[in-house]
Write a protein that binds this ligand. Structure first.
Ligand SMILES: [Zn+2]
Length: 829
């Protein structure tokens, strides 16, 4: 866990506010103590949530960025980078939050497009009647202007370059300068330059050696330098006053509506004030090149999905600026820099080391005159480091670095980092850069970027909008397992939250539970025995060869999907196997064998096979649904230590430590799969017919099968008993050509075969025809209404695209169903 500097400090500050206190009332030491208390409480909550989610990690290795060993790594990195000249202290224009009273990195600033105004202000040219008009969204900053800039190629202003302007309201004189940076297309082509309050103007000011006049302070109030009329005013009050005065003087040319993006503090939403301040910076050029080089040379890290994240990552690196690493907070790693009374800086691993440096510096300066026993007075820098500075070191600071530990050797680099796209820059890129710099190797091979769960209307969930979903509530309602597998199925796409999906996986859990209960009720004399699944061959019944093949194919596909981080595909694979193949078909097919009264070898073998397949299926499902699979696994007869992964031999038997099923390709039996598929297809079609034609469940009907393919006839014939049982057939006839009375319900099967059920005597034709006609009428009426909706251009234009798609799909469904029903009516003539 990281210490989330600003957020955490904000939470505790809010708590204090309710008690009528500020952090300054407590003082630094007590405030930090208070934050530790808060962290204990809420950090514990996060851990408990993770445990409840079934997160399976080595809990003995829990780490926190402010732990002593991690703090040591932070200090070490800072000192080394300082000694290399990569960390420096300097003036920069920074993003300042006037509310939180701290600097923010570009990544902590949110840009919102917002309607505003563009003010056209006129500055008189000295000793002339001319005026130069500048356009600005922030007129109050004109009080700090130190130049007006134009593009050197702009004909309109060529003769004015070098001229002096009288800056209204201030009595100061400023000059017109030429700079390529100025866009002649924007506003009037002449721009005011306020080096102290705008990042671009700051750079321009440095290029032209312009003075910096600070007119706004850290609380967003006007300073003395703004003049006595304005000093002490809030920046927005000052704006009104400036505009009013320009109007009075006849120097306000016009005001136009203008939409522009406004920078706000990501956390408290206060509008950022760009201010010049002294901060600590980390030079990024060397680090950036290390990371870019790794992409170019080894295509690492590998992003999943690759598009668009690899490009997003490299583009960002290419445009990287120096990183402001100091924060005006109390909660965090205090910067390991000390100042003596003359303001000299000593960066060191400890105060003691800093003092030694200071004494060394004094004796060098004063030579023999240094007083013996002289102890310089040192003060540590009050600022702390950006939280992401310590987070950037996470892959190695947690493994004992700077020590050369066994852990580091064993676990660095890791295989994959799973994260959200909003911290690719803040965290991922910085871990890569720091890992390359200090370990000489990338910290992870792959980066998996998860999808985001949006609210029901497609909005991002946020604390301020209160549109979030508490996972614990969902766990209570549907279970952790259902929630986990649903979230896994999301993969890398963004999806709207829909409880129905969790509910459907809860039903899946029930299905598994019931299937397992059936197996256990018929498990007497059986015991898990993986050998029974290896003995394939023609001795086994078709359904056994088929399920063994399906199991191995599922294990193969699942491993493959997980290897490629295709979690959606993985979930679909195991879901289909468990629900359809295992529960719906296999259990049906072996029911007679395992429930037989007599305790025969056949029954014992069938039971053992069933339990063994269930055991393998549970293992495959375990990472997605850990609780139910463990619960059931523990009740299986024959669960033993030998099922565990060899790394855990000797441990208590638990599914958590069992080996993940391997796929034995020699047991994938395409022939059996094809044959079983034909039988399943036949049984499904006949069942469909029975329900379509309203044949009473207790009624036995003959089933007529025609197949020109001899192989297929053999397959049906071999499974005749199963087929008859599963579709309640009075008899099953298999011929080369389908021979059936006219009044039969028919269906086409795979492999060119066909099936028919003679209806004479089974149903009342007249009654059935009427029922079908009624249903057809109802469908036509519904289709008519939907067609009318689609014909209405307003509906198509205004309804959400999803709704329009739904309507189109429903019409297609109706058409298909109508064709089926018409065929049936015809058969009943
Ligand atoms: Zn803020």
């Amino acid at each position: 866990m990281d210490h989330a500097g600003i957020s955490t400090q904000l939470m505790v500050t809010r708590e204090l506010k309710q008690e009528g206190l500020t952090r300054h009332d407590l003082g630094r030491e007590h405030f930090v103590e208070r934050v530790w208390q808060w962290k204990k409480e809420f950090g514990g909550q996060i851990i408990n949530q993770m445990r409840r989610e079934g997160v399976s990690v080595d809990w003995s290795r829990e780490k926190f960025t402010m732990d002593q060993d991690l703090s040591r790594a932070v200090c070490e990195v800072f000192v080394r980078l300082y000694e290399e000249g990569m960390i420096y202290r300097g003036n920069q224009i920074v993003n300042w939050c006037p509310n939180d009273q701290t600097v923010l990195s570009d990544l902590e600033v949110q840009k919102d497009p917002q309607p505003g105004k563009l003010y056209y202000l006129q500055y008189p040219v000295s000793l002339s009647n001319r005026r130069v008009t500048v356009a600005t969204t922030r007129p109050e900053t004109m009080l700090g202007d130190t130049a007006v800039a134009v593009n050197p190629n702009d004909e309109r202003y060529r003769d004015l370059v070098g001229a002096t302007l009288l800056l209204p309201l201030t009595g100061r004189e400023i000059s017109v300068i030429a700079d390529e940076f100025v866009d002649p297309e924007f506003g009037t082509g002449a721009v005011k330059v306020t080096p102290a309050h705008d990042p671009n103007d700051y750079d321009l000011g440095v290029r032209h050696n312009l003075p910096q006049v600070v007119v706004i302070d850290g609380h967003a109030k006007m300073t003395e330098a703004a003049g006595s009329d304005f000093a002490g005013l809030d920046r927005y009050q000052a704006r009104e006053k400036v505009v009013g005065k320009f109007e009075e003087l006849g120097l306000l040319e016009k005001v136009v509506d203008y939409e522009f993006s406004i920078s706000k503090c990501e956390r408290c939403k206060t509008v950022i004030e760009p201010l010049i301040s002294t901060q600590w910076f980390l030079r990024m050029d060397q680090l950036r090149d290390l990371a870019l080089d790794l992409v170019a040379r080894e295509q690492k890290p590998r992003f999943v999905p690759e598009v668009p994240y690899e490009k997003v990552y490299t583009n960002w690196l290419e445009n990287l600026r120096d990183w402001t690493i100091s924060r005006q907070l109390w909660w965090g790693h205090q910067i390991p820099a000390w100042y003596d009374e003359s303001g000299n800086i000593y960066v060191a691993r400890s105060e003691e080391e800093a003092r030694k440096q200071a004494i060394g510096a004094y004796s060098q300066m004063h030579g023999r005159n240094t007083q013996p026993g002289f102890v310089p007075k040192l003060t540590q820098d009050a600022d702390v480091l950006d939280t992401w500075f310590s987070s950037a070191l996470w892959p190695f600071s947690t493994l004992g670095w700077p020590g050369e530990t066994k852990d580091l050797e064993t676990f660095y680099p890791t295989s994959v980092l799973v994260t959200g796209r909003d911290i690719i820059f803040l965290w991922v890129s910085r871990m890569v850069m720091m890992g390359l710099k200090f370990i000489g190797k990338e910290p992870f091979e792959d980066v998996f970027i998860t999808g985001t769960i949006l609210d029901g209307r497609g909005q991002r969930m946020s604390k301020t909008k209160m549109n979030g979903v508490d996972p614990l509530d969902v766990f209570d309602k549907y279970g952790v397992d259902a929630t986990r597998i649903m979230l896994a199925s999301v993969g890398t796409t963004d999806v709207r939250w829909n409880e129905k999906q969790v509910e459907s996986y809860r039903n899946f859990a029930n299905k598994i539970w019931n299937a397992a209960r059936f197996c256990l009720l018929n498990a007497e004399g059986a015991s898990i025995n993986p050998e029974t699944l290896r003995a394939g061959g023609p001795d086994l019944a078709l359904h056994d060869r088929w399920i063994i093949s399906r199991l191995h194919k599922t294990a193969h596909d699942l491993r493959e999907a997980l290897r490629r981080y295709q979690f959606h595909e993985a979930v679909q694979t195991i879901y289909h196997f468990f629900w359809d193949d295992f529960c719906d078909w296999y259990i049906e097919l072996i029911k007679a064998d395992v429930t037989a009264e007599a305790a025969t070898t056949l029954r014992a073998e069938a039971r053992t096979r069933l339990i063994t397949i269930l055991e393998q299926a549970l293992r495959l499902l375990h990472p997605f649904m850990p609780y139910i699979t463990e619960e059931l696994w523990q009740t299986l007869p024959g669960r033993e230590a030998r099922l565990l992964h060899k790394a855990y031999s000797g441990a208590e038997p638990t599914i958590m430590l069992s080996a993940y099923p391997e796929s034995a390709t020699e047991l994938i039996d395409e022939r059996a799969e094809w044959e079983m598929h034909a039988v399943i297809d036949l049984v499904s079609r006949v069942r469909n017919i029975r329900s379509e034609m309203n044949i009473k469940p207790g009624e036995r009907a003959p089933v007529l099968i025609g197949s020109p393919d001899e192989k297929l006839r053999e397959v049906f014939s071999a499974s005749r008993g199963q087929i008859a049982r599963l579709v309640r057939a009075s008899d099953v006839f298999i011929t080369e050509q389908l021979i059936a009375p006219r009044a039969s319900a028919r269906a086409v099967l795979v492999g060119g075969a066909a099936v028919a059920i003679p209806l004479e005597g089974l149903i009342d034709f007249e009654q059935e025809r009427q029922r079908l006609h009624r249903e057809l009428d109802k469908l036509q009426a519904e289709a008519g209404k939907l067609q009318a909706q689609l014909a209405n251009p307003n509906f198509v234009k205004r309804a959400p695209a999803e709704r329009v798609k739904e309507v189109r799909e429903r019409i297609a469904d109706i058409n298909q169903r109508t064709a089926q029903l018409e065929q049936t009516v015809e058969n009943l003539q």
